[in-house]
Design a protein around this ligand. Structure first.
Ligand SMILES: NC(=O)c1ccc[n+]([C@@H]2O[C@H](COP(=O)([O-])OP(=O)(O)OC[C@H]3O[C@@H](n4cnc5c(N)ncnc54)[C@H](O)[C@@H]3O)[C@@H](O)[C@H]2O)c1
Length: 373
């Protein structure tokens, strides 16, 4: 199959849809890979490394969009990219169509077959192509929080790990899923006192065992949130209610009562945020202060570490890309119901119910276009 990897053109997006090691695998499977020159610039990978991996490097995106049977990207296509898509071509990338009517219409008009990373599921219902970005955001949240705790950045001037003879910082992680687990792992590694709150007892059991009792795992409710937030130097918000806005777990009253110079990092800001005082920020202006508490609420945290994020994303996407390339999209999706859930748009039809209902457009079940064995 002919696979195309164009450069990302969305503002401030530096990640690459495929890294050279993924190209090697595709070529080894007998596929041809077209890469746009400069694809890897944002992650420190030069065109020659793609050439050595077996890709053909082309100057602009036009020939890639015109020739490729399968396009692999990171972000949703921008308007000028949508205009280059065509019927019979498969697009595999993050799409997030529900809030974006214009993009949805653009993909419908193009006739392309669009499979969204964010809606692919494993048999147990997990989201395997979102997980790597949650890992990145969780680990980064502690790095960002530690930076905000520095005096120059409005923080209280506490070093997370303390020093011998001086107490370490207290870190509270609300939500012990993928983000929360990764945040706790880094905070503990930096020497902080760490508490995780979650309202799932089975999840707390898993975390308690995996940390061998070195992290305080406590049931989440109003009382525990208030108690541990008031002791915390750094609070990380990492809850998720699938398909719903994040609950506002840290109230304005609690924030106002926290120690001056404390820091709150709301990773759940992409779902509306789980702190009452949060609003989305950007990497160019990531923080603001409310009631002497520093807030970090960047909605696309992985974007600031594109190299790690690209390699992590590729590890998760490559097996799916290989299946699309080896078997063709219909067979690959027919053999895996979780993968089939990634199909959002095909030949002018919306195949993902939540997207159709968000835009009040007709919905055609994905399995109408393939037979699931
Ligand atoms: N800002 C960013 O750049 C960025 C990047 C990746 C993920 N995220 C967001 O981070 C959030 C967490 O993602 P995840 O992958 O870890 O999700 P996840 O489903 O793995 O974990 C969510 C956890 O929240 C827990 N939870 C639900 N309600 C709770 C409550 N009331 N109190 C305590 N815990 C509660 C769940 O039991 C679960 O363990 C999501 O909103 C996700 O979209 C943001």
């Amino acid at each position: 199959m002919l696979i195309g990897i164009p450069r990302e053109i969305k503002d401030n997006e530096y990640r690459a849809g495929m890294v050279p090691s993924s190209v090697v695998e595709l070529v080894h499977h007998g596929h041809q890979v077209l890469v746009e020159s400069g694809l890897g610039l944002g992650i420190g990978v030069h065109d020659d490394e793609y050439r050595q991996a077996g890709a053909t490097v082309l100057d602009g995106p036009e020939d890639i969009y015109a020739q490729a049977e399968l396009l692999v990207k990171v972000k949703e296509p921008q308007a000028e990219e949508c205009r280059m898509l065509r019927e019979g071509q498969v697009l595999f990338t993050y799409l997030h169509l529900a809030p974006d009517r214009e993009l949805t219409q653009g993909l419908l008009d193009s006739g392309v077959t669009a499979i969204a990373y964010e809606t692919v599921r494993t048999p147990d219902g997990a989201l395997p192509l979102l997980a790597p970005m949650s890992e990145v955001a969780g680990r980064l949240s502690v790095q960002a929080g530690a930076n905000c705790l520095e005096k120059d950045n409005g923080g209280s001037g506490i070093l997370l790990g303390g020093v011998p003879g001086v107490d370490s910082a207290h870190v509270l992680v609300i939500g012990g899923g993928i983000v929360g687990d990764n945040a706790a792992y880094i905070a503990k590694g930096m020497g902080a006192h760490v508490t995780i709150l979650d309202n799932s007892v089975p999840r707390l059991r898993q975390l308690d065992i995996s940390y061998g009792g070195r992290v305080n795992c406590v049931f989440s409710n109003r009382a525990s949130i208030e108690k541990y937030a008031l002791q915390a130097d750094l609070v990380i918000g990492a809850v998720l209610l699938a398909g719903a806005a994040a609950p506002k777990l840290l109230t304005r009253e609690i924030i106002a009562a926290m120690n001056p110079g404390s820091v709150v990092v709301d990773v759940a800001i992409d779902q509306g945020g789980c702190f009452e005082t949060s609003h989305p920020t950007t990497h160019s202006d990531p923080t603001f202060i409310v009631d002497d508490v520093v807030h970090y609420c960047v909605a696309n945290m992985p974007g600031v570490v594109p190299r790690t994020s690209s390699f992590g994303l590729n590890n998760a996407t490559l097996p799916y890309v290989l299946r699309l390339a080896d078997s063709g999209w219909q067979k690959a999706l027919a053999n895996d119901e979780g993968f089939l859930r990634g199909l959002n748009i095909h030949a002018g039809h919306i195949c993902y119910e939540a997207v159709a209902s968000a835009h009040q457009l007709p919905y055609t079940p994905a399995d109408k276009f393939i037979s699931v064995s």
